[in-house]
Design a protein around this ligand. Structure first.
Ligand code: PLP
Length: 458
């Protein structure tokens, strides 16, 4: 078979959404109104929106068709069974409990398993996962391998758990650990994958200590593709089989269907344990809904069932991972420091390295994200001192890294749109010495990045 350099989008466009062209003047006015907070910019004023890959992907023709099959019966809808079976085809857990999104699954699970004095280890907790663990009074501990904390370290599976550290924690605090979690891919660590070997090693330690093992599986298909590409002996396998292997190691999962299941909304909680499932369903009914819909419309369940079939397609995954790497490699080539290797769903620019003249407490990530928007209308997300610097006692410290995340929505933007993004980055990098930092003019006591107002430091 001939091989080509260009990996094409394995779809063609069937329905289009207009992008509203704007000028730098227009965008500067929008920034002013938003207090330089990109979360407060109207989507209409954005050209290319790389704020998140969560719920922002394009559904397929077959997903839109599946919506028409939605049965909105309150109880026992056939749409629930179609959804449940699609989940079980990949993750054969006994109990599949739909929720309106991932954090609802987290809240329910940790309400049952968490509590004061408990400790939950994870490779790296996603922010809502950590918040839901801590909200119950429990402690969230991140045990990713050392390479996973180093933005430049080259390792094929930077999302791996430090298994020795996990053993040590279980030896010391075993009685307090209700469940061990693994996030695949490791979102907060840069969308980095976890190897099958590491999942097996973690499972063995969980067995040794008699602990439940759960997956935060939001990007399971991207993770399985990395396993197929990078792990010895996996190259000829079907991704579906790799996913089932991963599932077979776990006792349950939490899931945001806004990621790999290609939904605009949705999530689920799944597990084998009957008593745990009964306790979770009780809470589900309290705030999410009856167990056969859990806060979702029947049509959403149908669209997710179809999305789960599409996301494990090899042509899709090859395109997905390569098109993300394409952006990262183009940025590297023009000398922009990026977190490497490139993850599955996003490219992360090291803003602190690009803007060494801006003190971390003047938010180099914010400065870069604002400049990308102002100059090119590209919306990205600061992942650094704005997001993590605020301490509970009101003080502020620099985050370990100041990154800007370019999250790539699934099947949404074309290669020329990504080429444009790279060009905008190039222009901003060329004038980076002139960029100024920011100070916070107004902020709430918690999760300030969503609503804070900023002023430029002159
Ligand atoms: C998005 C995400 C969640 C939370 O899911 P929501 O649907 O946004 O509530 C949890 N864990 C990871 C790894 C995620 O990426």
């Amino acid at each position: 078979m001939p091989t080509f350099r260009t990996v094409i989008e394995p779809f063609r466009i069937h329905s289009v959404e207009p992008i509203h062209m704007t000028t730098p003047e227009h965008r500067l006015a929008a920034l002013d109104r938003a207090g330089f907070n990109l979360f407060k910019i109207d989507a209409q004023d954005v050209l290319i929106d790389l704020l998140t890959d969560s719920g922002t992907g394009a559904m397929s023709r077959d997903q839109w068709a599946a919506l028409q099959h939605g049965d909105e019966s309150y109880a026992g809808s056939p749409s629930y069974y179609i959804f449940r079976d699609a989940v079980r085809n990949l993750f054969p857990f006994e109990h599949v409990i739909p929720t309106h999104q991932g954090r609802a699954a987290e809240r329910i699970l940790f309400s049952v398993l968490g509590g004061p004095g408990k400790v939950v280890p994870n490779n790296t907790h996603f922010d809502t996962t950590r918040a839901n663990v801590e909200y119950t009074g429990a402690t969230a501990v991140d045990l990713v391998i050392d390479e996973g904390r180093d933005p430049q370290a080259d390792h094929p599976f930077k999302g791996n758990m430090n298994v020795e550290a996990l053993r040590a924690l279980l030896l010391e605090r075993g009685d307090d650990v209700p469940v061990v979690f693994m996030t695949i891919t490791n979102n907060s660590g840069g969308g980095q994958p976890v190897s099958l070997a590491n999942l097996r090693a973690v499972k063995a330690v969980c067995d040794e200590f008699g602990k439940l093992f759960f997956l935060d599986a939001c990007r399971f298909a991207e993770n399985a593709w990395f396993i197929r590409e990078r792990e010895e002996g996996q190259h000829d396998r079907d991704v579906v089989d790799i996913v089932r292997d991963i599932a077979s190691l776990a006792d349950g999962m939490t899931m945001s269907a806004k990621k790999d299941p290609m939904g605009n909304i949705g999530g689920w909680l799944a597990m084998n344990d009957d008593d745990l499932a009964a306790a979770c369903r009780e809470l589900l009914i309290l705030t999410e809904g009856f167990p056969t819909y859990g806060g979702l419309a029947g049509r959403d369940l149908e669209a997710l069932a179809q999305g789960l079939k599409e996301v494990v397609d090899h042509d899709y995954l090859n395109y997905r991972i390569r098109s993300t790497a394409y952006v990262g490699e183009a940025l590297k080539q023009i000398g922009i420091p990026v977190l490497s290797p490139i993850g599955g769903h996003a490219v992360y620019i090291d803003a602190r390295a690009l803007l060494p003249h801006i003190d971390p407490l003047h938010y180099p990530g914010q400065a870069l994200a604002v400049a990308l928007y102002e100059m090119g209308g590209v919306r990205t997300c600061e992942i650094g001192t704005v997001m993590f610097g605020q301490q509970s006692d009101g003080t502020e410290v620099a985050a370990p890294l100041d990154l800007v995340r370019l999250a790539i929505p699934r099947r949404t933007y074309t290669q020329s749109q990504m080429d444009y993004v790279v060009e905008v980055c190039e222009l901003v990098a060329a004038t980076s010495e002139q960029l100024k930092g920011f100070r916070i003019a107004e902020a709430p006591a918690r999760l300030r990045h969503f609503t804070a107002k900023f002023e430029r430091v002159i």
